[in-house]
Design a protein around this ligand. Structure first.
Ligand code: GSH
Length: 224
């Protein structure tokens, strides 16, 4: 393992706009943890990252002892196992929350990719893929958010952070359509997250990491 030059900090390989990496960083922030952040260029992944996790997806968290966690939900769980100030991990025992996560990460993510890149998924027009996303997840979120401000209940929770970055992408595919769509509670919830310190705190830009460069700390020192 390549030692972190920020002492014994975990190393996070990340990509700023990736929804999986966003939720991992949000959980690290929620847990109050500090890591060395290595911003990855996806078309030119660093060898050190591929050595740690050959499957080549971000985020990847490498702990000082050598353990590697290369699934975003695993990184979220690990972070909150260190420190869980609002007891988010307990929420995962709720089957409804697990169901939301698996729909988001499975069929909804597939519909999202097809909606973003309809030319790669010509079995439907973009609008057809969008309707699939609405039926699979957005309508379910709307129902829930009509009852309380967050998916987890009256306060934000694990599922909110885990799902919001994907809905952010979905809304951005056709922002004009989203602004006038029939999902007002989802729109309000998304607005909350886009303006939240939790999201803004994980979105500062980092230069692409190169071996030997001086290490970058996450959260950025000014907001820690
Ligand atoms: N199941 C993984 C998925 C991560 C993932 O697919 N990340 C994308 C970026 S958003 C990626 O690294 N893709 C590899 C590539 O584009 O080369 C997780 O939850 O961490």
């Amino acid at each position: 393992m390549e030692p972190s030059t920020l002492g014994a900090l975990p190393v996070l390989y990340s990509f700023r706009r990736c929804p999986y990496a966003i939720r991992a960083r949000m959980a690290l922030l929620q847990a109050g943890l500090v890591v060395e952040l290595r911003e990855v260029v996806l078309r030119d992944k660093p060898q050190a990252m591929l050595d740690a996790s050959p499957k080549g997806t971000v985020p990847v968290l490498q702990l000082p002892g050598g353990q590697v966690i290369d699934e975003s939900l695993g990184i979220m769980r690990w972070a909150l196992a260190q420190n869980d100030p609002q007891e988010w991990l307990g929420q995962l025992e709720d089957p409804m929350q697990q169901q939301l996560l698996s729909v988001n990460d499975g069929p909804f993510k597939q519909a999202l990719d097809a909606y973003k890149y309809p030319e790669r998924h010509p079995q439907l027009l973009a609008e057809g893929h969008r309707t699939q996303g609405e039926m699979l997840l957005i309508s379910v979120l709307e129902q829930r958010l009509d009852q309380h401000a967050f998916l987890a209940g009256v306060s934000p929770g694990f599922v909110d952070v885990a799902i919001f970055p994907f809905v952010r992408q979905w809304a951005a595919v056709d922002a004009g359509w989203f602004e006038s769509c029939q999902w007002p509670a989802v729109r309000q919830w998304l607005q909350h997250w886009l303006r939240s310190p939790a999201f803004l705190g994980v979105m500062p830009k980092y230069p692409a990491w190169k071996p030997g460069q001086s290490p970058e700390r996450f959260p950025a020192p000014t907001i820690a």
